[in-house]
Ligand binder design. Structure first.
Ligand code: FES
Length: 114
């Protein structure tokens, strides 16, 4: 297990990079691999939307952090490309973001071994 840091530094809505993972709190602590499946933006620089999904900072794809799957494809100019959103959503059914368990012990968060 790897220590992440004090849980008080991860209030709801927080997301941060820890090694190769984007660690956040959308009401529950989560850790997913940091590279967006679209063009590899660092998801640790993203945000959490009203549905608790992790939103990519570049083109606002949204991921369900429980499954690692993209639930909304790239936005902006990319949203106008027919089939692109479904293509990436399909891709993440096969190759979802990697997920790691985050545990809370004595006020500190830990990343479980993979
Ligand atoms: S790099 Fe993430 S949506 Fe484009």
């Amino acid at each position: 297990m790897k220590e992440i840091g004090p849980a008080v530094e991860f209030p709801p809505g927080t997301i941060r990079g820890v090694d190769r993972y984007a660690v956040g709190n959308n009401g529950a602590y989560f850790a997913v691999s940091r590279r967006c499946r679209h063009l590899s933006a660092d998801l640790a620089g993203g945000s959490i939307d009203a549905d608790g999904c992790l939103v990519c900072p570049w083109h606002r794809s949204a991921y369900d952090v429980r499954t690692g799957r993209m639930v909304r494809g790239p936005q902006g100019v990319f949203a106008k490309i027919p089939g692109l959103g479904p293509l990436f959503k399909g891709l993440t059914k096969v190759v979802p973001l990697r997920r790691r368990q985050v545990s809370l012990q004595d006020g500190d968060l830990y990343l479980a071994d993979s």
